[in-house]
Design a protein around this ligand. Structure first.
Ligand SMILES: [Zn+2]
Length: 515
């Protein structure tokens, strides 16, 4: 049985998803969960792209215990040096160097010749090899690169000491048969290819990222790059959970395996979904809410008689838990602490106090507090209470359904300077009234691009989760808010997005098109 390395790029390629901007705490939380899931390599960011990325890669590199941590780098010494500074404290550092190899990129983007690209790649690998035990090279847009040049540059970087060669389908263009043939060709023609690992990295523009990754494995790839829930640039990347479970369920066919703890998949998916504000569709394979729901009477009957009639994957395999005992308003701190440990969180005393208080508040409004509620409280944004940021102090809204009656909101906010100010404004709807008031309080034009709301659980007393995407000071930002009341959750999300911008953590512009 072959063993496939799982290279997770949720925090690098996944973070290139439009509008997404994770803060350092959120990135650390995701990295720790990826470590727990057992991914072989975590790509933590692109250290030379900006200071924020440098610091988060460094923090992740220091926090992760088992996985290899890597950072992206262009074929320039400055990038490699910066990546080294960010990664040198981790147990298993790796650098990931890339340059485009397709004619279309070389001619129109790089304005270089093939020879210049080859020389730059070889020199960068040789330089990186002096600093890093493991060097990975990516031939950006490999699937639109001539096989001759791809073979040549691969052979040359192997001679320069590379350990892993990644052949990305950067634009999501290839098909399963083509990519399998490409990997087979490389396995046959690249000089000394048996000394290194080949890797695949697929985008989902044509909906084939997972199929292409599996086909690449058939063709000889020993590593696949993917993201949790398939998040990423444009249509996203290959879904880690789909590849991992396909390898497990169809072991008979692929004769390949990963070392992931599959029963951590559901939790990882939930965490990434919450922290990135990216909702997982109900019909998403493996981790969607309906992935294990049988609606048809014939199917239900079959599953009850013999589950394998219609169920190829058990919910337990991927960590979908049968509902455990909910907590209520009489539950004490000890029960609460046990529950959050069960849910996989470790909290500092101060955070524990804060979340326990939020739990107690919720338990007074909601009859039973489920695992999903507590998960939502634990992943709810907390930055609003920090100094130097906007904090919602009070919110009052007059709502009426009669025609010609305008909704009015009155809001008190603590400003980043610590001053409490009050403002009122109207709107055609209650959320609009709240947002008009907040916009007036902040005093800059704020453009709301997107607003989404969902309930954490079913039932009338469910928690509301709001995700907004807005533009403020020419920077775009995503904000999250969780509360029992939808208007309060809406206000939290709005202020959260603004706070992310003023704290210098806006959606970053990538230096250029990346692998
Ligand atoms: Zn990519």
């Amino acid at each position: 049985m072959r063993e496939i390395d799982i290279f997770d790029t949720t925090l690098r390629d996944g973070e290139q998803q439009p509008g997404l901007n994770l803060n350092l705490d959120e990135k650390l939380e995701i990295a720790k969960q990826l470590d727990r899931l057992g991914v072989n390599i975590i790509e933590a960011g692109f250290p030379a792209s900006n200071d924020g990325d440098f610091h988060s890669v460094q923090k992740i590199a220091r926090a992760v215990k088992n996985s290899t941590v890597t950072g992206l780098s262009r074929v320039v010494k400055k990038d490699i040096d910066t990546a080294y500074e960010a990664l040198k404290d981790t147990a298993n550092p790796r650098i990931h160097i890339f340059i485009a190899t397709s004619d279309i990129h070389i001619k129109h983007k790089l304005l270089m010749t093939q020879q210049e690209v080859l020389d730059a790649a070889v020199e960068a690998v040789r330089y990186a090899k002096q600093k890093f035990p493991v060097v990975q090279f990516s031939a950006e847009d490999a699937c639109r690169t001539s096989w001759d040049f791809l073979t040549k540059i691969s052979s040359e970087v192997i001679r320069a000491g590379v350990d892993v060669i990644n052949l990305p389908d950067t634009v999501g263009y290839t098909t399963p048969n083509e990519i399998k043939a490409m990997f087979q060709h490389m396995k046959q023609h690249v000089h000394d290819v048996e000394k290194i690992k080949l890797s695949a990295h697929n985008h989902d523009d044509l909906g084939m990222a997972v199929a292409n990754s599996l086909a690449a494995i058939e063709g000889g790839a020993d590593q696949v790059e993917c993201t949790i829930n398939g998040i990423g640039e444009r249509a996203g990347n290959a879904s880690l959970e789909e590849i991992a479970v396909a390898l497990q369920i169809r072991k008979d066919y692929y004769a390949a395996n990963s070392t992931l703890k599959l029963n951590e998949l559901k939790r990882t998916s939930n965490l990434v979904s919450k922290l990135t504000g990216t909702i997982v569709p109900g019909n998403k394979a493996i981790v969607g809410a309906n992935a294990f729901a049988h609606e048809s009477g014939i199917h239900q009957d079959g599953v009850l008689k013999e589950s394998t009639t219609y169920e190829i994957i058990t919910p337990e395999l991927v960590g979908v838990e049968k509902n455990s005992l909910p907590l209520g308003k009489l539950s004490g701190k000890h029960a609460f602490k046990t529950k959050i440990t069960e849910l996989g969180f470790e909290l500092e005393e101060e955070d524990l106090k804060r979340v326990f208080k939020a739990f107690k508040d919720l338990a007074h409004k909601k009859k039973s507090v489920t695992d999903d509620d507590i998960f939502a409280l634990l992943t709810a944004e907390k930055s609003g209470s920090q100094s130097g940021m906007y904090e919602l102090k009070s919110l009052q809204v007059n709502v009426a359904t009669q025609e010609n009656v305008i909704q009015t909101a009155t809001v008190i906010v603590r400003t980043p300077d610590g001053e409490e100010i009050q403002e009122a404004a109207t709107g055609k709807g209650s959320v609009e009234a709240v947002y008009n008031t907040l916009s007036r309080l902040i005093g800059e034009p704020i453009q709301l691009e997107d607003y989404r709301i969902q309930s954490v659980t079913g039932g009338e007393d469910a928690l509301a989760e709001v995700v907004v995407h807005l533009t403020y000071n020419d920077e775009s930002s995503l904000g999250r808010g969780t509360a029992h009341d939808v208007l309060e959750a809406s206000a939290f999300a709005y202020l959260n997005a603004v706070n992310r911008i003023i704290s210098g953590n806006p959606t970053k512009e990538p230096i250029e098109e990346l692998v």
